[in-house]
Write a protein that binds this ligand. Structure first.
Ligand SMILES: NC(=O)c1ccc[n+]([C@@H]2O[C@H](COP(=O)([O-])OP(=O)(O)OC[C@H]3O[C@@H](n4cnc5c(N)ncnc54)[C@H](O)[C@@H]3O)[C@@H](O)[C@H]2O)c1
Length: 271
């Protein structure tokens, strides 16, 4: 085995990626697959799983290491069932990527729609972190597995973005809970870290950043670029390296409780 395979290779490991058929989850799933892991994509709809698996049509070796399971990660019973199905299909996963999450809407504080506010907190915190973390860590503690979790933080975990109140709160809490759970489970050898993507144009933010009619950047889109020292949006493929680094216990075995920004320098912007 060469040095790079030994350091970053994930052969023999099994990973679950929640929201794994999404924009970022898809890239992270692919990164783990290319590094040799068995990958189970957890997604809400069968259609999104099939569309994701279709990308690997004809690639038998990859398809043998890839599986999709339909789940609602906001429902404890559904997460529990999906975990059992994952164990039965490959083996008890040692890696969990919590990629369920996203934003809905943008409004002045005085116009907050409370149903939507609760739904965003529920999606990012309960479905996006708490339930999968609880069920995986329960199994890992019981079976003495040194598991590994990667959460998805955001620029708003550090500096609030305007008008997206629940998303601000949820992602600040994701950073907090990444540190708190890393501390809680360190005694079992379980590592919990996060990746904080900067601005990547995706489904959740496209309408805020690009004017649908003209195709030009919105004022907010321009503000993001002006605030990013690399002067551009990121490409989701740029999240693959950090994913493999954190997933590999040989590469990052002494790293826990951190959030790695992949942001073109957004967080170090100054005047
Ligand atoms: N796109 C960005 O620029 C960006 C930046 C920072 C952080 N993030 C975070 O990265 C993560 C992934 O974002 P994305 O852009 O890939 O979003 P996405 O909408 O493309 O993917 C999220 C996936 O999660 C699934 N999902 C939602 N609720 C679910 C549930 N209860 N059960 C099962 N599946 C569910 C959705 O169906 C979707 O496929 C999110 O946590 C997001 O907040 C994204």
């Amino acid at each position: 085995m060469n040095y790079f395979e030994n350091m970053f290779g994930l052969s023999g490991k099994t990973a679950v990626v929640t929201g794994g058929a999404g924009a970022i989850g898809g890239v992270m799933s692919d990164a783990l697959l290319q590094a040799g892991a068995n990958v189970i994509v957890w997604s809400r709809t069968r259609k999104s799983i099939d569309t994701f698996l279709d990308r690997y049509k004809g690639q038998t070796e990859q398809l043998n290491r890839l599986h999709g399971i339909q789940v609602d990660t906001g429902e404890e019973e559904s997460v529990s069932d999906a975990l059992e199905q994952s164990v039965a299909h490959f083996s008890l996963p040692e890696i969990l990527i919590n990629c369920v999450g996203g934003n809905m809407g943008k409004a002045p504080f005085l116009d907050i729609d409370l149903d939507q506010f609760r739904a965003v907190l529920e999606m990012n915190l309960v479905a996006g972190l708490v339930l999968p973390t609880k069920l995986f860590c329960r199994r890992w503690v019981d079976e003495k597995i040194k598991g590994n979790i990667i959460n998805l933080t955001s620029m708003t975990s550090y500096n609030p973005l305007s008008g997206v109140w629940a998303y601000d709160a949820a992602k600040a809490a994701t950073l907090n809970l990444t540190m708190a759970t890393a501390n809680e489970f360190a005694e079992y050898g379980i590592r919990i870290n996060a990746i904080a993507p900067g601005f990547f144009i995706g489904k959740q933010n496209k309408a805020l950043l690009i004017d649908e009619k003209t195709g030009e950047y919105t004022e907010r889109g321009k503000a993001v670029i002006n605030h990013t020292p690399f002067n551009r949006f990121g490409d989701v493929s740029e999240l693959a390296g950090a994913t493999v680094f954190l997933a590999s216990s040989r590469a990052s075995g002494f790293v826990t409780g951190v959030s790695i920004p992949v942001d073109g320098g957004y967080l170090i912007h100054n005047i």
